[in-house]
Design a binder for this molecule. Sequence first.
Ligand SMILES: Cc1cc2nc3c(=O)[nH]c(=O)nc-3n(C[C@H](O)[C@H](O)[C@H](O)COP(=O)(O)OP(=O)(O)OC[C@H]3O[C@@H](n4cnc5c(N)ncnc54)[C@H](O)[C@@H]3O)c2cc1C
Ligand SMILES: NC(=O)c1ccc[n+]([C@@H]2O[C@H](COP(=O)([O-])OP(=O)(O)OC[C@H]3O[C@@H](n4cnc5c(N)ncnc54)[C@H](O)[C@@H]3O)[C@@H](O)[C@H]2O)c1
Length: 459
Amino acid sequence: MPEQFDAIIIGAGQSGPFLAARLAEAGRTVALVEREHLGGTCVNDGCTPTKTLVASARAAWNARHAAEFGVVLKGPVTVDMAAVKARKDKVVAASVNSLTDWLGGLRSLRYFKGEGSFVSPTEVKVGKRVLTAPQIFINTGATASVPDWPGIKSVPHLTNTSMMSLDTLPSHLIIAGASYIGLEFAQMYARFGSKVTVIERGPLPASREDADISAAIRDILEVEGVTFMFETTVQAVAKAGHGVLLSLECGGRLASIEGSHLLVALGRKPNSAALNLAAAGLETDERGFIPVDDSLRTKVPGIWAMGDVNGRGAFTHTSYNEFEIVADHVLGNGKRSLAGRIPVYGLFIDPPLGRIGMSETEVRKSGRKALMGVMPMSRVGRAKERGETQGLMKVLVDAKTKQILGAAILGIGGDEVVQSLLQLMAAGTPYTTMMNTMHIHPTVTELLPTLLADLKPLV
Ligand SMILES: Cc1cc2nc3c(=O)[nH]c(=O)nc-3n(C[C@H](O)[C@H](O)[C@H](O)COP(=O)(O)OP(=O)(O)OC[C@H]3O[C@@H](n4cnc5c(N)ncnc54)[C@H](O)[C@@H]3O)c2cc1C
Ligand SMILES: NC(=O)c1ccc[n+]([C@@H]2O[C@H](COP(=O)([O-])OP(=O)(O)OC[C@H]3O[C@@H](n4cnc5c(N)ncnc54)[C@H](O)[C@@H]3O)[C@@H](O)[C@H]2O)c1
């Protein structure tokens, strides 16, 4: 006999546990099914550990640059990678433990450790048990894609998951892919003391960004010793001693490169294959994503999909936002929707990139009349005082409505500062509101009115 619940949640990523708790608090019986660790990618091998490692890398950078600030450290700066990993493990364990304690305290929630797969539109198998519920929520996330390069199966290579076990310093880390994962690890390991080479098929890093932002990102990392090979693809990989040898095609020429470690950071694939979706009457799109409507409903009544697995977002905040939308439909008045959600994200190199709304490229493509302001961070007093003047700020405004269309802030505090513009966008307020507000000195935000006062037509 199947075990009966009001709701089953498959996958404990960044929406499932929160939805499970909200439903349980509302008195519903909930089964939460997770095959690995509570908290999913973000907590275990994504945001939390990488940002903890970024903080250690920053400490190494501060120590190496202390003399520039008049601070004298005696002896060379060394990094204890085992201690760096131990600190990261502690922060991750604290997150997982607090999630486990919180969920464990909810009386009508039961946790099933194992892989969930559909038996029918209302039944899920976990090991030998079958669970049934009228509502099923999928939050199974995504996993690193590993390309089928000749030789890859027999050559040791790292992904964001196996990087988490590394407690020694690679002498030469080769990273394939110059996007979020590749760039964050590139700067981090350069700061720890590795030689780092990044291979990217495009002409610049972070290809979703405008070319001036991507070029500034490249400059920031190159100054720190990261080597980029652009317009380069991997043809084959082989073992070389204790390391790895990559055969490359680089701008039409053949080349090769040898390193001690290879990290593959070429995107992520949705975890949908193990779900046996056909038994539920569902299918994926050609990339493996589970299609949903703007309220996260799949085409089968009673089945919903949240987070990276639905292809509508690929961040922790998009997944969490989807929990809030689903909870509103299941328990509230059903007014919330994906429609009109403003894209926002950060790239946590140092200094970070904060991004909201449309890029300049997207605004140009849209054909609307727009205004744009650009300011180098070297004009920002706070950046000069901190000795970190790399990067730029860019904002795009609709010429007719005066509403902000998008912004990019690559510079100190960029990930936080850009969110003051986000609030204007969300409120639908003209950008002039910000120009009439007094801001704290000395901050990065205080320069936004100056940036907005100097908008030029986008031609
Ligand atoms: C290195 C790295 C750094 C990142 N940094 C950031 C960042 O700084 N900011 C940000 O916003 N985003 C970041 N992300 C992205 C972020 O981690 C994800 O977007 C986020 O975790 C949302 O994922 P999710 O809720 O869809 O599911 P996930 O967090 O991927 O969790 C899904 C869970 O489902 C489980 N599961 C899968 N299939 C089954 C099954 N059949 N049965 C049972 N359980 C199953 C998995 O074990 C996993 O625990 C990063 C990602 C990576 C890889
Ligand atoms: N700061 C953050 O919020 C953050 C941090 C890390 C990861 N993430 C999430 O993780 C997801 C995956 O990130 P990612 O960096 O792995 O992938 P991505 O899809 O963002 O980028 C992959 C990169 O690899 C390049 N590439 C692909 N195939 C190649 C090949 N054969 N040879 C050379 N280059 C190749 C692409 O041109 C691209 O630049 C992102 O979508 C993001 O949502 C977010």
